[in-house]
Design a protein around this ligand. Structure first.
Ligand SMILES: [Zn+2]
Length: 403
């Protein structure tokens, strides 16, 4: 491996190690909540939520360390070359078929390595009464997820290696174009092709509520004709909602757990927040940032692969590339979440302006934090690395401060 390739991998590994160290310090530090948290939540709740979330953070760190450690060990020991040679011995001089098989094998090995941590996470959620998902359903979700990943990743990686073999110097540029197309297609088709494999979506039944939703959407200036209810209660007691899709597949999805337990005013506040994401173009803006970041990653990956082995586009380089992208995505997670939290604050402000109900928003946040056993006032390192949304206490105080 060339000196430059080593430096690129080392930089990604240092970034990833730093992020994991921050998570560990934040998870193992003593109770960190502030006086503000004690104003809204009792100490019993805070301790219980702290214990649950500490388990989640430690399992996250363990899962990352296991996957990355195994992959790094394999690459350092040259296992990837042995596996590639064995595959080529089987399929003969058909390098792209060897790439496809290598990718399938690596995907399966990494997911299998992560399986115990996934099961531990399920057990944790059951112990704290958050999960309603039977083991059989969890396993069938896991298998379906693996099948979807294989169906998407194997052709993508094989196509990428076709480019690498054809243009060893300039492949990153057409690959960035391909990534842009893929990300747009995935955001637009995911909600209509992939999500229905896991959940059932039905239109909002309650005609009075549907009327109010249309009214709110009109006032938000959004053509929100798609508001769907998801059968989340088959898997979880968590309460949530989200906005997904691009163009004609845009929709707001409400968990059935929200509709069954929250009153109309609270449901409309949740909707107002999601309408904010829609109106402010957060998916579009997120996609733009993802494409820029992906192009930067592919540019670095070209320099990495050029010095990583004797033949550019060798099937064994799938492992080197995977290691690089997994390390790099962990290293940039704090930046990604910084952007995500900014979007969430914008959507909150939009919802408060639209409904004129800051006190209702603060009360909603408090209840969501309680029902979801949230880490309502986390350690600053945990907030910086893992929080896609501002923590509950922060959102409550922002709402109460708003004019
Ligand atoms: Zn949001």
């Amino acid at each position: 491996m060339s000196a430059l390739s080593r430096w690129i991998l080392l930089a990604a590994a240092l970034g990833a190690a730093l992020v994991l160290a921050l998570v560990l310090v934040g998870a193992l530090a003593g109770p960190a909540w502030t006086a503000a948290a004690e104003q809204y939540f009792d100490p019993d709740f805070l301790s219980r939520a702290r214990a649950y979330n500490r388990g989640r953070y430690l399992l996250f760190a363990l899962g990352q360390a296991l996957t990355l450690g195994l992959l790094a060990l394999g690459v350092a020991r040259g296992w990837h070359r042995q596996v590639a040679a064995a595959i080529e011995g089987m399929v003969g001089p058909r390098p792209l078929l060897a790439v496809a098989l290598f990718t399938a094998l690596l995907l399966f090995a990494l997911r299998a390595a992560g399986l115990p941590v996934g099961l531990a996470r399920l057990a944790l959620d059951h112990r704290y009464g958050l999960s309603t998902q039977p083991l059989g359903l969890w396993l069938s979700d896991w298998l379906k997820g693996l099948a979807v990943e294989a169906a998407v990743l194997i052709p993508l990686v094989t196509g990428l290696f076709w480019l690498v073999r054809r243009w060893p110097q300039g492949w990153w540029l057409p690959a960035s174009g391909g990534l842009a197309l893929y990300l747009v297609a995935a955001s637009s088709l995911g909600p209509v092709v992939v999500d229905p494999l896991f959940h059932r979506f039905t239109p909002l039944q309650d005609p009075a509520l549907a009327g109010e939703v249309r009214d709110l959407a009109r006032r938000a200036g959004v053509p929100a004709d798609e508001v769907l209810v998801m059968d989340a209660s088959r898997r979880t007691r968590r309460v949530n909602a989200y906005f997904a899709g691009v163009g004609r597949t845009r929709r707001i999805v409400l968990y059935d757990t929200l509709l069954s337990a929250y009153d109309r005013r609270q449901v409309l506040l949740v909707l107002a927040h999601e309408l904010g994401h829609w109106r402010l173009g957060h998916i579009r803006r997120g996609l733009g940032l993802g494409i820029l970041g992906g192009a930067a990653g592919l540019w670095l990956a070209q320099r990495l692969l050029a010095g990583a082995g004797p033949r550019p586009g060798d099937p064994s380089q799938v492992a080197v590339l995977t290691l690089f992208f997994l390390l790099a995505s962990l290293a940039v997670l704090p930046v990604q979440n910084l952007v995500s939290r900014a979007f969430e604050r914008e959507a909150d402000r939009f919802a408060i302006a639209l409904t004129g109900d800051p006190a209702g928003m603060a009360a909603l946040e408090e209840r969501l934090g309680r029902d979801n056993l949230g880490d309502v006032d986390p350690h600053p390192f945990i907030r910086a690395v893992l929080f896609t949304h501002p923590p509950v206490v922060e959102r409550m105080e922002a709402a109460l401060r708003s004019p």
